[in-house]
Design a protein around this ligand. Structure first.
Ligand SMILES: Nc1ncnc2c1ncn2[C@@H]1O[C@H](COP(=O)(O)OP(=O)(O)OP(=O)(O)O)[C@@H](O)[C@H]1O
Ligand SMILES: [Mg+2]
Length: 225
């Protein structure tokens, strides 16, 4: 069973009436349960665009997208939400509502995933402890650093426990020690059969990913199996 299956996916943008830029060309990409895929490539090569297509946020200009073995290429917004509840996504720029504390944010995600309030508090506490981030618990989002926001956002994904996890530069602003912990915990998710797709410039990812794909000039090349 495939979790993601892209067939000949292309993505074009109209720069002017006379010029169309081909950001992605004929991308073929397949991911199964328990696999950790890394997508690397220079700035502006289309990594975020590709992740947005996989995450059902953008429709491809050509080709087809299957998620969980359903062709969603022409799905309506109404039908797409059933698919989206199985996806966790950390965006390149993390957003946490302004007046929310870290603890409130994590509890919110725990409740969204179906936990009762007491269990949601308990789970949020244990994740903060596991990552040694208790000092952030009552901090409001507007005083968090970029790296702290990324860590909190990652915890919210771990708490939500989706089948498919998409991460766009999850360690971009994080210190070395937390980076290693992030890659370790992402890797351990594969043992629970999750599918992880990460876009990153962090070379460390090459040691953890099962498959590395290089994106360049709109085309994708698999480097390692
Ligand atoms: N709607 C759009 N209109 C015009 N150009 C776009 C549009 N969306 C993306 N692009 C261009 O497509 C290219 C790929 O963008 P994308 O954000 O996917 O790159 P990236 O590989 O994630 O880069 P980075 O590593 O810097 O995050 C860039 O040159 C960007 O400017
Ligand atoms: Mg990007």
């Amino acid at each position: 069973m495939s979790i993601v299956n892209l067939k000949d996916v292309g993505y074009d943008v109209n720069i002017s009436n006379h010029f169309t830029k081909k950001i992605l060309k004929k991308i073929n990409f397949i991911a199964h349960p328990g696999e950790f895929h890394a997508i690397i490539g220079p700035s502006g090569c289309g990594k975020t665009t590709l992740l947005n297509i996989i995450g059902s946020l953008l429709k491809p200009s050509t080709g087809s997208v299957e998620l969980f073995e359903k062709d969603i290429t022409n799905f309506s917004e109404k039908n797409i939400h059933k698919i989206r509840k199985n996806i966790g996504y950390i965006f390149q720029s993390v957003y946490i509502p302004k007046n929310m504390s870290v603890f409130e944010y994590l509890i919110f995600f725990a409740e969204l995933s179906g936990l009762e309030p007491n269990k949601a508090i308990e789970t949020s506490n244990s994740f903060l402890k596991e990552f040694n981030l208790q000092t952030l618990q009552y901090k409001k989002s507007d005083i968090l650093s970029g790296g702290e926001k990324q860590l909190v956002s990652l915890l919210s994904i771990l708490i939500s426990d989706p089948q498919l996890i998409l991460l766009d530069e999850p360690t971009g602003s994080v210190d070395y020690e937390h980076k290693l912990r992030i890659w370790e915990s992402i890797k351990s998710l594969c043992k629970t059969n999750k599918t992880i797709i990460v876009v990153s410039h962090d070379k460390k990812i090459l040691e953890y990913a099962d498959y590395t794909h290089l994106l360049n000039y709109g085309e994708i090349f698999q480097q390692k199996k």
